[in-house]
Write a protein that binds this ligand. Structure first.
Ligand code: GUN
Ligand code: ZN
Length: 426
């Protein structure tokens, strides 16, 4: 495929703003990205790349800000239709809204229609990669990967395994969880831009035997990630303690069954004990912060200080989270951190939604940054997408002040364009 030049403001991270501050970011007021064969070949000023590539066709986004596509590191696409369901905390919310909806995904047509709607929504919100839980049904995984593949998306997902504390009709068993997951690894892992993720839902809905079987499966496929939930609500933690009396803590229920390591991705992780933090740090596991979910379901306030020592990604947790938008998610992360006494800088928020999530998913060599060699998944943001945002951005003195109103007040109206694998899709 021929070269293509994409012009606009660019914001590229060359380091980690949590470690080195604002020197991590490079902003070009008149920037350009050269794309070839789905990959970023160069990033520089518009003048420089126009001079070296005079023949390349140009798409000029003017004042708009070009960023890597957002990466949602923890979502449940089957919960699309029950987002914003009222009045419950985690366990009641699962039983009242989530499990009845997830029962429907044995129907391949329903799963396909929901997956299609889900990806249409996430793309419209500027999200170009998702790591999603599916349901216990292999059909739900087929639907998810088929719809991602049809859109040329990089996507991660897995069959959610549960063999207890779930309704009849929404349980697998030790052997079928292993067999079905294994067959899905073989069918989808590494196909196009798709990755299979070994997915026990959480310790309360798996027997120790099922966790152990999934630990064996993960050992057989160490290049897959493993995703699950950890220490989201205090009631849930007490329940885990009663179900696993021999475990030292919640993390130990996974560790004891071979489900802890560098490729482990734990959603939420709000109420951690010191031992859990030490083990997560030592083993190189990742955490995913889901702030709209944590406020919506009333779970608690994630400690962003953990990002100093543990890989932390950012996620919607749709539909426990109350939005498909990673802009809304960044805004909630800002507010949660404020409630813990820390103001996250716009650079840190944007980094979390791109590089942070890519690192959490071990994809930092492929997505999440505007840099040569990275896959050309891009989001183009209109920094004046509503009158309220425009009048605030108008007074900005620098790029951070210009982008922060969009982070705090923006939604899908701010998404001017999305590029997938070097091709405009939106
Ligand atoms: N813990 C176990 N399952 C879920 C889920 O679907 N959503 C959230 N937020 N937490 C969970
Ligand atoms: Zn979740």
């Amino acid at each position: 495929m021929a070269d293509h030049l994409i012009l606009g403001q660019t914001l590229a991270f060359e380091g980690d703003p949590f470690e080195v501050g604002l020197s991590a970011a490079r902003h070009e007021r008149h920037g350009a990205i050269l794309v070839r064969d789905g990959v970023i070949v160069a990033i520089d000023t518009a003048d420089a790349l126009r001079a070296t590539h005079p023949e390349a066709p140009i798409t000029d986004y003017g004042e708009a800000l070009i960023l890597p596509g957002f990466i949602d590191a923890h979502a449940h696409y089957p919960q699309t239709a029950i987002i914003a369901s009222w009045g419950k905390r985690l366990i009641d919310w699962l039983n009242t809204y989530t499990f009845p909806e997830e029962m429907r995904f044995g129907d391949a047509d329903y799963a396909r229609a929901t997956a299609s709607r889900y990806f249409d929504l996430t793309l419209a919100h500027g999200t170009t990669t998702v790591a999603s839980y599916c349901t216990i049904h292999p059909e739900s995984v087929e639907a998810y990967f088929a719809e991602a593949q049809a859109r040329c998306l990089r996507a991660l997902g897995g069959k959610t395994c549960m063999d207890r504390n779930a309704p009849e009709g929404l349980k697998d068993d030790v052997q079928s969880a292993y067999d079905d997951s294994k067959a899905l690894v073989t069918r989808w892992h590494g196909v196009d831009r798709l990755s299979y993720v070994v997915t026990p839902r959480f310790s309360p809905t798996s027997t120790p035997e099922q966790l152990a079987a999934l630990g064996v499966l993960w050992g057989e496929h160490p290049d897959c990630l493993m995703q699950t939930h950890l220490s989201e609500q205090t009631d849930e933690i007490a329940w885990v303690k009663s179900l696993y009396p021999e475990a030292r803590d919640y993390l130990d229920t996974y560790e004891a069954h071979g489900l802890l390591g560098p490729g482990a991705v734990f959603g939420h992780a709000i109420h951690l004990d010191p031992r859990e933090i030490d083990r997560l740090t030592e083993t190189g596991a990742s955490l995913v912060h889901c702030p709209t979910s944590n406020t919506f379901i009333g779970s608690g306030l994630f400690d962003m200080g953990l990002a100093q020592q543990i890989r932390v990604g950012l996620a919607t947790d749709t539909g426990g989270g109350s939005s498909f938008s990673m802009l809304r998610t960044m805004a909630a992360a800002y507010e949660v951190a404020q409630l813990r006494g820390r103001a996250l800088h716009p650079a840190e928020l944007l980094w979390l939604a791109t590089v942070g999530s890519a690192r959490a998913l071990r994809l930092e060599d492929k997505i999440g940054r505007l840099a040569p060699g990275m896959e050309a998944d891009l989001v183009v943001l209109d920094l004046a997408s509503t009158p309220a945002i425009a009048q605030r951005a108008d007074k900005a003195d620098d790029i951070w002040e210009a982008v922060f109103p969009t982070i705090m007040m923006g939604d899908d109206r701010a998404v001017q364009a999305v590029w997938i694998n070097g091709v405009p899709r939106q």
